[in-house]
Design a protein around this ligand. Structure first.
Ligand code: SIN
Ligand code: FE2
Length: 215
């Protein structure tokens, strides 16, 4: 069901994906330029890199992090680490603007007092994709995942709670935010290979911020 909410400077709508999961279209449209600037600042200290999976594949999506801990992967497995393995330094702090948009989106989706300690930043170029997966490396499963799309649009894959469920394909655009928690916290999701394109904010890339409460 789609409904419009008022009291917002740009048009937004809410689309329920399933119980505990919602797509807030346009929710971060106003803040998007500032969020992209913050990503550029973060990447100067913690550069985007292509991580290797435990199985030995190099991911097509380039990643970095900000916050108390960052998500990393290598041949030994997936984990959250307080240090950036590329520099040996702590990850850049989470910008105020990140915390603000993430907690407002979580509240809008019904999750009050959201206080994420990690933000994984994904960068997609044409052809880059993220296979269907669950986010399950976090110790605090009571908090939702908040996922902010910036720049080029993409096709978000929403698979529901079981791998066997049919996968929905949803176009997500600059400023859209997906929130999933509660009964949907371990829903399968992914991103289809990105199409070529140009966006005024990000050029030929899509950026995604995923907020997590790890501890
Ligand atoms: C993720 O699953 O971590 C990111 C999803 C996205 O890029 O939209
Ligand atoms: Fe994910």
């Amino acid at each position: 069901m789609t409904s419009l909410f008022d009291s917002h400077p740009v048009p937004c709508s809410r689309e329920r994906l399933e119980e505990g999961a919602v797509l807030l279209r346009g929710f971060a449209a106003t803040e998007a330029p500032l969020l992209v600037e913050e990503v550029e600042r973060i990447a100067q200290r913690a550069a985007f890199r292509h991580l290797v999976t435990p199985g030995g594949f190099t991911m097509s999506v380039a990643m970095t992090n900000c916050g108390r801990v960052g998500w990393v992967s290598d041949r030994s497995g997936y984990r959250y680490d307080v240090l950036d393995p590329d520099t040996g330094l702590s990850w850049p702090p989470m910008p105020e603007a990140f915390l603000d948009i993430a907690s407002r989106a979580a509240a809008e989706a019904g999750f009050a007092n959201y206080d994420p300690d990690a933000c994984l930043i994904n960068r997609y170029i044409a052809g880059a994709k993220l296979s269907l997966h669950q986010d399950r490396d976090e110790k605090d499963a009571s908090a939702p995942i908040v996922s902010v799309s910036l720049g080029l649009s993409a096709v978000f894959l929403w698979g529901g709670k079981h791998r066997s469920e049919p996968v929905r394909r949803l176009r997500i655009e600059n400023g859209d935010i997906a929130v999933w928690g509660g009964p949907a916290r371990f829903a399968y999701h992914g991103v289809a290979p990105l199409s070529d394109g140009q966006h005024v904010l990000t050029g030929n890339v899509r950026i995604n911020l995923t907020f997590r409460k790890v501890f």
